[in-house]
Design a protein around this ligand. Structure first.
Ligand code: NAI
Ligand code: MG
Length: 361
């Protein structure tokens, strides 16, 4: 049989990025070994980080994006450190990849694991899982605006941060959400905006949503304002399946979702270029966690689940499901990292998942 080789560009970045990316690659390595030559992952590491930036004056060197583009996928840790302003690091590395590679769909599943306590009372006796679909190319993070626009000077400065919503941008992410809903048991899309207060861009979004919904009569829909949706995440999460929202709203809602599932350290994310003209990028939702960096105690589950999303993108769905099952079996057996009240450090948690993976092979 022929070997299927997938090339992965890994960018550990800052803080706990390195250890959680190593955890995910360890799991992928296990998957490759178990395939007995059918699947192979060819990983190239890129050292772009804030330390690299402070030394070289840039996160991504000239020609760096062209290098990245040669790979089938990008596996990203996190970026952010006390020595560099957060907007410089985020725009210098993460958004410097998602934007030019047109990774316009950001998928963030909210998964409740056995053995993990949720702050939601309902989580014990209700089946909960939903996916936040984030518009990832425009909206509030379009980077449009400026500061001190008419030379008003210190104390009188003016800043504009403009949201950009295009009909095409709205339509493609909304269609994506409907197509995703069709693959799920509960075929429902909840659209989130703040169109009562923001009467241009968000009203355009609402209109596109209503129009696209007509092409999916088999999918249930609702439109909910973002403030109400944040309450709904807590009070009626059983009513959610696919939640589609703008860049900022979905960013906030997905952190809320992962906290409800037990910890930010659990949450997975895929920045997809569904047109497949560019590689997609897979990363845990969390940041570089400077408060626990260097201690080897971070939760690797978010990064490992993100690697499972990468396997899905490669078409390796059976393998992806096995990784998810191995995570469930590990937490279900009571093996938990510190942020979930357990004792396992990053490596111990990863090895527990690898052991489960080997057991279900
Ligand atoms: P954060 O996600 O790094 O940390 C928030 C809290 O969650 C901290 O108490 C941290 O210890 C905990 N936490 C996060 N991931 C964890 C894990 N895997 N295991 C255990 N505990 C975990 O967010 P914060 O503190 O707002 O940002 C820190 C830095 O990360 C900043 O520089 C920020 O800009 C950057 N950041 C980068 C992101 C990215 O690269 N995609 C996303 C979010 C933040
Ligand atoms: Mg976020």
């Amino acid at each position: 049989t022929e070997t299927q080789t997938f090339s992965i560009a890994s960018i550990p970045g800052d803080g706990i990025g390195g250890e959680v990316v190593a955890a995910g690659l360890r799991v992928l390595d296990t998957i490759a070994k178990q395939s007995e030559g059918a699947v192979e992952f060819d990983v190239t590491e890129f050292p772009w980080s804030s330390e690299y930036y402070l030394k070289n004056g840039h996160y991504i060197p000239e020609g760096g994006l062209e290098e990245l583009q040669k790979h089938d996928a990008i596996y990203f840790g996190a970026v952010g450190t006390a020595d560099v302003p957060d907007h410089t690091s985020l725009w210098g590395l993460r958004l410097a990849i998602t934007q030019p590679f047109d990774q316009w769909a950001n998928i963030r599943p909210v998964t409740f694991l056995p053995g993990v306590q949720s702050p939601l009372r309902k989580a014990d006796d209700t089946e909960l899982d939903w996916i936040v679909v984030r518009e990832n190319s425009e909206g509030e993070y379009a980077g449009m605006g400026g500061r001190n626009l008419s030379g008003r000077g210190p104390g009188n400065e003016v800043a504009l941060q403009t949201s950009l919503h295009t009909e095409k941008g709205c339509e493609r992410i909304i269609r994506f959400a409907f197509d995703l809903a069709r693959t799920r048991e509960v075929k429902k899309v909840s659209s989130v905006t703040k169109s009562n207060a923001q009467q241009y861009g968000m009203v355009l979004w609402d209109e596109v949503f209503a129009r696209v919904a007509q092409d999916y009569p088999d999918v249930e829909t609702e439109s909910v304002l973002v403030d109400a949706m944040s309450a709904k995440f807590v009070l009626h999460p059983e009513q959610l399946s696919v939640v589609v929202a703008s860049n900022l709203h979905a960013d906030i809602l997905s952190d809320l979702g992962s906290a409800l599932a037990g910890s930010l350290g659990l949450a997975a994310s895929a920045n997809l270029n569904p047109d497949r003209r560019f590689p997609s990028m897979f990363e845990p939702v969390h940041g570089s966690a400077p408060d626990i960096a260097g201690q080897g105690i971070s939760n690797p589950i978010g990064a490992i689940s993100s690697a499972a999303l990468m396997l899905d993108e490669f078409g390796l769905h059976t393998e992806a499901d096995r990784v998810r099952k191995a995570i469930e079996n590990a937490t279900g057996a009571g093996i938990l990292p510190r942020d979930l009240g357990g004792e396992s450090n990053t490596v111990e948690m990863t090895e527990a998942i690898v052991t489960q993976l080997e057991a279900i092979h």
